[in-house]
Design a protein around this ligand. Structure first.
Ligand SMILES: [Zn+2]
Length: 390
């Protein structure tokens, strides 16, 4: 009797696990869909903010846009063009390999890469978003008119510094609002997407990778992010099971997916993700969830200082930027989450991936030795591997 009872208990336990796994899979795919929105809208929001605020600077480490962009995004001719800024499931032909795959740009060869600010304003102009890009053209014209009057720009920068502390909350609220509103729509024809066009993975194939109304091609990145989110989330469940470590591990994986794809498409690693997540990593490890707090703190310090020395060492020797401040902050964030012991292996793995990637692109003739690579994406990949397999 007791053997039969035990058998049923075990079966019930397995069924419960299976149910949770299915539930988590559904949540992971939905999260993947949301991550796509973040990948598209967040860089636009940052660029609009920078256009409005002349005191912020892409190369300024404290700026939201500080990133690999400091490794000279203006020279970029490959990565941002592979899947350039697109809209919610629209406006990009992923099969294109030309430097500018935007169908809407009037002169793709001229404005694509050499002037990323122009490019971004065009991309964002596709977005009818009222929150994230009220009118990028207007904004940019405002921004261009501001620096002409130096006193006013100084005053505005002083004012912005004064209110920085109490605007952090508002800043993040604006980001969240911009990510949620307006609802998903085609950025080319502005047609709002119907619910049946929003089913992750399935809708992409049902629509044959085209917008239902205007037939603009949809980037393959959409199903790719959704599938990746699903697979990596399942791997996290296998690695951590249903323990206390699972939730932070999933959060880190989702953040790294977003950072990797934003870096691949825009060559930026937004501060509004890396900095809060570095803090969150410390808090989580302060509670001893993933590893001891001392390891996490040392990881953050070593991660930052190691790449900082490489950055300035390379700059002194060659007067060029080996990487961006975004990479430095990302490694600090990974150190805060995963500790200092794993850092050398992560850097080694990211470097191997980066070199291999660069070689493949050069063999294909899509890059030269001056083409910046999204090293942040390589670091994010190494971070996910370290989290799941260490
Ligand atoms: Zn459309």
């Amino acid at each position: 009797m007791s053997a039969i009872f035990l058998y049923f208990v075990q079966q019930q336990d397995q069924l419960l696990h299976l149910f949770f796994l299915l539930l988590l899979s559904c949540i992971a795919i939905a999260i993947g869909s949301f991550l796509n929105v973040v990948i598209v809208r967040l860089p636009e929001l940052i660029q609009n903010k920078n256009a409005n605020d002349p005191s912020s600077n892409v190369n300024d480490p404290s700026s939201d846009a500080s990133s690999d962009a400091s490794s000279d995004a203006s020279n970029n001719s490959i990565d941002s063009s592979k899947t350039p800024t697109d809209s919610r499931r629209t406006s990009i032909d992923p099969n294109r390999t030309s430097t500018n795959s935007s169908k809407h740009s009037t002169n793709p060869n001229k404005d694509s890469i050499k002037n990323p600010s122009k490019d971004s304003s065009k991309d964002s102009s596709k977005d009818s978003s009222k929150d994230s890009s009220k009118n990028p053209n207007k904004n940019s014209s405002k921004a261009s008119s501001k620096p002409s009057s130096k006193p006013s720009s100084k005053n505005s920068s002083k004012a912005s510094k004064k209110i920085t502390s109490h605007t952090i909350f508002r800043h993040y609220l604006t980001i969240i609002k911009s990510l949620c509103f307006p609802p998903s729509h085609c950025l080319h024809c502005k047609q709002r997407l119907a619910i049946y066009d929003l089913i992750p993975i399935i809708s992409y194939y049902q629509l044959a990778a085209q917008c239902r109304s205007c037939k603009t091609a949809i980037s393959f990145r959409y199903p790719l992010v959704e599938i990746l989110t699903l697979l990596l989330s399942i791997l996290a469940v296998i690695r951590f099971e249903f323990s206390l470590q699972l939730a932070p591990a999933l959060l880190l994986i989702w953040a790294l997916i977003v950072l990797a794809f934003i870096d691949i498409e825009r060559l930026i690693l937004p501060n509004c993700i890396t900095l809060p997540f570095a803090g969150l990593g410390l808090i989580i490890n302060f509670l001893n969830i993933l590893l001891p707090f001392q390891e996490a703190l040392l990881g953050m310090i070593f991660g930052y200082t190691f790449l900082w020395f490489i950055y300035y060492g390379y700059k002194i020797l060659t007067t060029k930027d080996a990487l961006g401040f975004g990479d430095i902050k990302l490694l600090a964030m990974l150190g805060a989450w995963l500790g200092w012991k794993i850092l050398p292996w992560m850097i080694l793995l990211a470097s191997i991936v980066g070199v291999t990637w660069g070689c493949i692109l050069m063999i294909q003739g899509r890059a030269n030795k001056d083409t910046p690579l999204p090293f942040g994406a390589c670091l994010a990949f190494a971070g996910i591997i370290a989290l799941l397999f260490s």
